[in-house]
Design a protein around this ligand. Structure first.
Ligand SMILES: Nc1ncnc2c1ncn2[C@@H]1O[C@H](COP(=O)(O)OP(=O)(O)OP(=O)(O)O)[C@@H](O)[C@H]1O
Length: 266
């Protein structure tokens, strides 16, 4: 059987480090008559920690879906590391270094924690076209063990994912995303449903990521969002209505009006 895979277009030589790692240009998404994104422009630099905030229905997840390739925009373009990937399906974005989690964790419920991470790693290595040998397999097993420990699931390494508590499952999903050594890590409401202690874990985990990893975060938990992010973008009704450093956005009366309410004034 012949492979239908075509190589990804290469980034322009000599521009590495100058090109934003994610570049969104004039992106519109229409669902029938509803314009969920009304022309979004967004540049994200390598190593940025960016939180996307906004009320329900603002278009945050739709923007994530466009960047991760789960939705093709109605118009506009998306580039990752200088490569136009507007029409590149999500299954091929990991080769560009993009990994994401979803609001609802996507794990193999019947498989153990370690096996879930192992599969994420194995998929990544296949995409990198590393030849499949038993030595590689052993290395992946070891690496899976290290990742499981790094997301504090060492005591649950043999537990089926389906038996994990909600917060632990989110940790597992984060581990599966981190395992692929992404350049761009996209987390959709990672703190939702977590206990206070688990949220602390999450912030520590994200702080411990290599500085070169770019993190995009949708988060309703202001405490987590403002602690993790160095820049905040606020969306409302399919548009970006404010952007800046967390303290700047916190002080923006427009943001209070549309989203933060009295919570943001403290
Ligand atoms: N697949 C879809 N089909 C039709 N409408 C959709 C679809 N996905 C999203 N929408 C609509 O697009 C708008 C933006 O939704 P989106 O999920 O991006 O918002 P959000 O800011 O992520 O909200 P939340 O915080 O509730 O997750 C909403 O009005 C939503 O109902």
């Amino acid at each position: 059987m012949t492979s239908k895979r075509r190589p990804l277009p290469a980034a322009e030589p000599g521009t590495a480090g100058l090109v934003p790692v994610v570049q969104v240009r004039a992106v519109k998404v229409a669902f029938g008559g509803l314009l969920a994104l009304r022309g979004i422009d967004l540049d994200v630099e390598q190593g940025e920690r960016l939180a996307i905030l906004g009320p329900n229905g603002a278009g945050k997840t739709t923007l994530f879906n466009v960047i991760a390739g789960d939705i093709t925009p109605t118009s506009g373009t998306v580039a990752v590391k200088g490569v136009d990937c507007t029409r590149l399906p999500s299954r091929r974005r990991p080769r560009l270094g993009v990994a994401r989690t979803y609001q609802k964790a996507r794990t193999f419920e019947g498989l153990s924690v370690t096996d879930n991470v192992y599969l994420a790693l194995a998929g990544h290595y296949r995409r990198q076209r590393v030849p499949w040998r038993s030595a590689v397999d052993r290395r992946l097993r070891d690496e899976a063990g290290r990742v499981v420990a790094s997301v504090w699931l060492g005591d649950h390494r043999d537990t089926p994912a389906g038996a994990l508590a909600h917060g632990q499952k989110r940790q597992l999903e984060l581990g599966m995303a981190i395992a692929t050594d992404p350049d761009v890590l996209m987390l959709d409401e990672p703190a939702s449903g977590l206990s206070r202690g688990e949220r602390e874990h999450l912030v520590e985990l994200l702080d411990a990521l290599a500085e070169s990893v770019t993190v995009l975060l949708i988060e309703h938990d202001m405490d987590v969002a403002f602690r993790v992010a160095r820049r905040v973008v606020v969306m409302a009704d399919g548009e970006i209505v404010a952007a800046g450093a967390p303290e700047q956005v916190r002080a923006d009366p427009k943001v209070h009006e549309i989203y933060l309410g009295s919570e943001g004034r403290s």
